[in-house]
Design a protein around this ligand. Structure first.
Ligand code: GLY
Ligand code: MN
Length: 444
């Protein structure tokens, strides 16, 4: 796949048209993400908003899409962007400007971002709704309402509404984004490959005495080398009992011989991310207790993956994992009794307290519904991607478990593409059996 295949303007035009067709008559308004301050005059690294990038491919901050449906098969895409500014570009780098937004990104029209509020009211045909998600950016919402109010007051003799009806396009857009198109699948596959390569490089290089952030650097160097400009989320590199902190990302501990290291990370490629967890022995060999826990989690994960069939309830993987993990907890002597009953009574919860899956795509916890209005689990749509990530976590001071289990945290996570032919694991190339991980650590 060429690095720029995702910039094909017809791809974004097609996505916009599909969305507008589902929404019906009206005008879609989607701003990108805002730049945010980190400290002093330093900004956080900018990443375009996921919805905006999906619909435009435009990478710069201070940009807004206005898309007007013109008839059943057409629309007009208007991009408001930062204009070229040679003085600013010396400091911040080149800008596409409105000419670039048309030429490279296929906008039908483009204007300076500063023109947005003056032009917007005239772009909305009288009586039509505006499709915009209120509540994400209060300043943007206020300016949107102010611009319509100012336009209405200029025509007050006509007794117009202060603003058009505002309808949230979020759920419709989420359903569209949930089913990945060909370009996104290619990006997700590449993100998966780089993430696998990172996990393998890390497993080969990890040693007692290394700091977690050093292992993180090995992992992320592989992402960058392969063309991933950033991670999909902060890497979790958690050794010893840090593995029991689900979203640990301090990554500052020095690893010791005998530790397990839980690594949960994903490279982002063309706006899409992978999300893979592997748990490996720092000294290259699992202890008996670690291996016993590990094999239970792996068994659960494989059962979970098998359950990801198009049309099945989306939480089929979770239910399969709960059964396997609970049986394993009985084998380990942590729980006693009938496994089905223990599952019903949620006795696994002190040791498995998170869900098994989430949608994956542009956002690591991607858009898409999980329940219908009646609270029932929705079916798995073919074309969606979800994670399967069971784990077991035994706190270092948890006296409810045998001593040799305390401080062990194991999670195994892969990314599964739901297809009519069955689950397709995008991240299958990352070794995960006990033997394969020990061989990897032996560094051939
Ligand atoms: N990989 C982080 C999470 O799934 O929450
Ligand atoms: Mn995950």
């Amino acid at each position: 796949m060429s690095r720029d295949a995702h910039l094909d303007p017809s791809l974004h035009r097609g996505r916009r048209q599909r969305l507008l067709d589902s929404l019906g008559p009206g005008v879609l308004i989607v701003p990108t993400a805002r730049e945010t301050k980190r400290n002093g005059d330093v900004l956080h690294e900018f990443r375009p908003g996921s919805d905006f990038h999906y619909l435009t491919g435009f990478p710069e901050p201070d940009a807004v899409l206005v898309a007007v449906k013109t008839d059943r098969r057409r629309h007009r895409a208007i991009l408001f962007v930062r204009e070229r500014d040679p003085a600013r570009e010396i400091w911040d780098g080149p800008r596409h400007g409105s000419a670039g937004a048309i030429r490279r990104f296929g906008a039908d029209e483009a204007h300076a971002i500063g023109e947005l509020w003056r032009k917007l009211p005239d772009l909305v045909p009288e009586g039509q709704p505006v499709f915009h998600t209120l509540g994400r950016d209060r300043d943007f919402d206020r300016r949107l309402l102010d611009s319509f109010a100012a336009a209405a007051s200029r025509q007050r003799r006509r007794l117009l509404p202060m603003h058009p009806p505002i309808v949230d396009p979020g759920p419709v857009l989420a359903r569209q984004r949930q089913v990945k198109d060909r370009s996104e699948l290619a990006a997700m596959q590449r993100a998966a490959e780089l993430t696998v390569a990172g996990h393998i490089a890390l497993a080969r290089s990890v040693r007692p005495g290394m700091y977690e952030y050093e292992a993180q650097a090995v992992l992320e160097a592989e992402f960058r080398r392969g063309g991933s400009p950033r991670n999909g989320y902060p890497s979790i590199v958690a050794s010893g009992s840090n593995a029991c902190v689900l979203h640990y990302h301090e990554n500052s501990r020095r690893m010791r011989a005998g530790d397990l290291l839980l690594v949960d990370a994903g490279a982002e490629v063309q706006g899409c991310t992978a999300d893979v967890t592997r748990t490996i022995p720092v000294s290259g060999r699992f202890t008996d207790a670690q291996a016993a826990v590990y094999r239970i989690v792996l068994r659960a994960q494989l059962a979970g993956i098998r359950a990801c069939k198009a049309g099945a309830r989306w939480d089929a993987a979770h239910r399969a994992c709960l059964r396997a993990l609970t049986r394993g907890l009985v084998e380990l002597g942590v729980l006693r009794g009938d496994a089905a009953r223990l599952v019903r009574d949620q006795r696994y919860r002190p040791y498995y307290m998170h869900g098994t899956s989430h949608w994956l795509g542009r956002d690591v916890h991607d858009v898409g519904g999980y329940e219908g209005a009646d609270g029932a689990a929705l079916p798995l749509p073919a074309g969606a991607v979800l994670t399967v990530e069971p784990g077991l976590y035994f706190g270092p001071r948890d006296t409810s478990v045998p001593r040799e289990l305390r401080g062990i945290g194991v999670r195994i996570e892969d990314d599964v593409h739901v297809t009519r032919g069955g689950p397709r694991v995008l991240t299958d190339a990352a070794p995960k059996s006990v033997d394969a991980l020990e061989r990897l650590a032996a560094r051939p």
